[in-house]
Design a binder for this molecule. Structure first.
Ligand code: FES
Length: 208
């Protein structure tokens, strides 16, 4: 939150409470990804860099794909104008998020078969390579979680040996991650990138 909003929240909590409730209520009927994309676009319109970075990361956490962000920016072009779109892309490039690199985006994404679900034990995490991409697959009692094995900091491939129990430590700058949630628990501020996955007829499929 900006310092100004923080200040207003302190000095006029009731008025600001209405404002925040309004914002929450306004997006009630939207799915989380659409809501997240609209929030990103509002930050581009206002050209608030900290807000754009924050809402972009939140959108990715909510499952928005990088190409969906790019599409949203391009679709907003008639309203926002070229200057703001270029500004947003410049910030994106500075952020150097692995999933936004040109090489990552120009490959063709599709559903890939990982293998039988029985091959993965509950509570265990496996490192695999799929379609040229290193992945960690964690199976809990409720679901599968598949993560890009490249560190969200600078894209370093994280090896299997970096996994101790449910804790993953990137060998480059020692950011630590919890594979049960994907959260960065120490050293950094970005979670592992989670990929879409689904189980079809006893097989685990991943979109990458
Ligand atoms: S590249 Fe992984 S912690 Fe820096």
């Amino acid at each position: 939150m900006s310092e100004a909003l923080d200040y207003l929240l302190k000095v006029r909590p009731e008025a600001m409470g209405h404002y925040f409730r309004f914002m929450a209520e306004a997006g009630r009927h939207l799915d989380p990804k659409t809501r997240a994309l609209i929030s990103v676009i509002t930050k581009v319109h206002a050209q608030t860099e900290a807000g754009f970075r924050q809402y972009l990361r939140r959108a990715l956490k909510d499952g928005v794909r990088p190409m969906e962000v790019i599409d949203a920016l391009l679709m907003a072009f008639p309203a926002l104008g070229l200057t703001r779109i270029v500004w947003a892309i410049d910030v994106l490039i500075q952020m150097d998020l692995p999933e936004f690199r040109a090489a990552a985006l120009t490959g063709v994404s599709d559903w890939h078969r990982v293998g039988d679900t029985d091959a993965f034990d509950v509570g265990e995490t496996a490192r695999i390579e799929l379609a040229g991409q290193p992945l960690f697959v964690h199976r809990s009692a409720e679901e599968f979680r598949v993560y890009d094995a490249r560190c969200p900091h600078q894209g370093t491939p994280i090896p299997e040996q970096a996994l101790k129990g449910t804790r993953l430590t990137c060998p480059k700058h020692a950011w630590k991650f919890d594979v049960q949630s994907g959260r960065c628990t120490q050293g950094g501020d970005r979670p592992l990138r989670r990929l879409e996955s689904k189980v079809v007829a006893g097989e685990l499929l991943v979109y990458c």
